[in-house]
Design a protein around this ligand. Structure first.
Ligand code: SF4
Length: 399
């Protein structure tokens, strides 16, 4: 069996580990990084009205099949939006395209406590003679997957912070690439336990200018668009290089923990958004609204909401922010809707204009608010972020 899965930013080391540890005879191939060609293929063979992530992931699947993959894994949910149909429709399209030998295995992640995903893992690696060995491999695979997902989350946190301080543009991007390769090569659980220190030490090698006071920006939106840099036109890198510190809690780990009902940060966001949307309507709608309110209360300089064109849940979130929340909270916000037509030049211009707006708003604040004037015309940001974020902030301060 040669297995593959679609691109979603930096998540690949976690998925690769999951399948490799499950059964050593499974070969994992990665699709090429999402590119224009993959999008062209995805757009050509997908229904015109379908969501953009469907098209992008279909293009990734074709790329993986061309590299030999015969089994493709696609996450599914129970709805309420179109995500529940991705796997079955994509399989039919691939068969119609002539790839009749290919199977698309749906990985049900609607509620991970229902353990439907365990059946899927055993479907991928069926028990042979030694059932005990399979169970022990499955447990090890899941632990390694969750550990790597957590470490990827830490890399994302550090990346959002360090890039705003780097003296040599590109140093953070290079560090992230180096860490991804190193994380992929780390197989043993005891080495994974120490990898958090590796992340901190590697980021600490970046030459930073600690005198800067970067703008604090919250980034949220639909998961595929938020995590895959090709489809979001690399918004995190561009924003970071414009001097913004990025806070994005959405990650693979954040999602998996949420689906195990253990994500208390998400429960807090649900509490904040409850008066506006009292139930999950798909996508990240509920949590985007919670993030918006949370960031506004934490005195952030701006908020970015990104989503695929035609995504119903995210358009609902946008409408609630624009029509209701903006009247209550003074948080500059910009919305980006992405599809196959998105082009980087107009996008960059809008992003630069937004950064200028945040700068002028902050300049106004530091000239008029007594506590900022008393602080030498410097904005004081409230304490915010995870323990790991604060450990990284400390590293920058003491460099
Ligand atoms: S969240 Fe949006 S983009 Fe994703 S499947 Fe649902 S409607 Fe489509």
């Amino acid at each position: 069996m040669i297995i593959s899965f679609p691109n979603m930013g930096h998540c690949w080391p976690a998925f690769k580990t999951l399948f490799n540890t499950l059964d050593e005879s499974i070969e994992v191939v990665l699709p090429d990084p999402t590119n224009r060609e993959a999008i062209k293929i995805g757009v050509k063979y997908s229904p015109e009205f379908v969501c953009f992530p469907f098209k992008a992931t279909l293009g990734d699947f074709v790329s993986a099949i061309k590299k030999g993959a015969d089994t493709l894994v696609m996450a599914i949910d129970c709805g309420p939006c179109r995500f529940g149909f991705y796997a079955s429709v994509q399989e039919r399209i691939l068969h119609d395209m002539g790839y009749k030998h290919v199977r698309v295995i749906p990985l049900d992640q609607a509620d991970l406590l229902e353990l439907k995903w365990v059946k899927t893992l055993f479907e991928i690696a069926p028990p042979k003679n030694n059932k005990l060995a399979l169970y022990s491999n499955a447990i090890k695979a899941v632990i390694s997957f969750v550990k790597k997902a957590k470490l990827l989350n830490d890399i994302q946190t550090a990346e959002g912070l360090f890039r705003a301080y780097e003296r040599n543009q590109g140093a953070t991007t290079d560090t992230v690439q180096k860490l991804l390769v190193s994380l992929d090569e780390t197989k043993k659980l005891n080495e994974l336990r120490k990898f958090k220190t590796v992340i901190k030490n590697t980021f600490n090698e970046i030459d930073v200018d600690k005198t800067r006071t970067p703008l604090r920006v919250g980034v949220s939106g639909e998961i595929h668009i938020s995590l895959e840099p090709y489809v979001n036109l690399d918004i995190r890198r561009k924003l970071g290089e414009m001097g913004c510190e990025i806070h994005q809690s959405l990650s693979l780990y954040d999602w998996v923990v949420h689906k195990f009902h253990l994500n208390y940060h998400r429960k807090w966001l649900e509490h904040l958004s409850h008066p506006h949307v009292p139930m999950d309507i798909g996508g990240e709608c509920v949590w985007v609204l919670g993030e918006y309110i949370d960031k506004a209360r934490a005195d952030f300089d701006g908020f970015i909401h990104q989503y695929p064109f035609t995504c119903m849940p995210e358009v609902t979130a946008r409408t609630i922010i624009t029509n209701k929340l903006k009247k209550k909270y003074n948080l500059p916000t910009i919305f980006f809707s992405f599809d196959e037509q998105s082009a980087s030049e107009g996008f960059r211009t809008r992003l630069e204009a937004f950064v200028d707006l945040m700068h002028s708003r902050r300049n106004q604040e530091i000239k008029t608010k007594a506590e900022f004037i008393a602080n030498g015309n410097k904005k004081i940001y409230p304490h915010y972020g995870s323990n790991f974020y604060n450990e990284c902030a400390q590293l920058i301060k003491t460099q």
